[in-house]
Design a protein around this ligand. Sequence first.
Ligand SMILES: O=P(O)(O)OC[C@H]1O[C@H](OP(=O)(O)OP(=O)(O)O)[C@H](O)[C@@H]1O
Ligand SMILES: O=c1cc[nH]c(=O)[nH]1
Ligand SMILES: [Mg+2]
Length: 212
Amino acid sequence: MAKLGKFEVLDHPLIQHKLTIIRNENCGTREFRQVVNEIAELMAYEVSRDMPLEDYEVKTPITKTVQKRLAGKKVVIVPILRAGLGMVDGILELIPAAKVGHVGMYRDEKTLKPTEYFVKMPDNLASRDIFIVDPMLATGGSAIMAVDALKKRGAVNIKFVCLVAAPEGVKALRDAHPDIDVFAASLDDHLDENGYIVPGLGDAGDRLFGTK
Ligand SMILES: O=P(O)(O)OC[C@H]1O[C@H](OP(=O)(O)OP(=O)(O)O)[C@H](O)[C@@H]1O
Ligand SMILES: O=c1cc[nH]c(=O)[nH]1
Ligand SMILES: [Mg+2]
């Protein structure tokens, strides 16, 4: 039987402080981009806590000793385009050897249903630890479709990492994919009538890339 995934809010004081900075409507594109990456880096530290280690012999200037190093499994960071791109560099600061796959999705403004428009993944997904990243988990439609796309290509070990989650999205994602771990920097209150997270931070893609 597949393992049961968990949902965890990573509410370290530094993460909460930085999230407040980007929630502010007066935070400009440059600062928004910078701080999203900083939060992603802090989250990666927690998300990678259960990465497997193996024994490794190393010779210090004093003696030979058996210590630990990360075991073979390679991490793949998978941003959901566009907004997920804003989290990639921050995670690469901590895990520089990670590979990066891409999943392109956009959400229809009226129906709120996602459409997949691009998928490019490294090979051997089944043997890799995959971090899907997207700042926003709103209805959950995009996240569910992204996990579907990865599982279809053989992925087994999947974590979903977002900054702001709505309760509706967390429930939908966990109902659809109970085996994956879901991490958020904040569990917000609800979705408004346009499918935006309240209080949220607005449209993450537009704020990251200066579009609208
Ligand atoms: O949980 P959901 O209801 O699916 O909504 C969340 C999705 O919406 C946003 O993307 P958007 O469609 O705005 O695309 P963009 O990143 O290109 O702006 C966001 O980055 C998520 O991918
Ligand atoms: O609040 C929201 C919901 C979906 N996508 C966003 O960028 N923001
Ligand atoms: Mg958007």
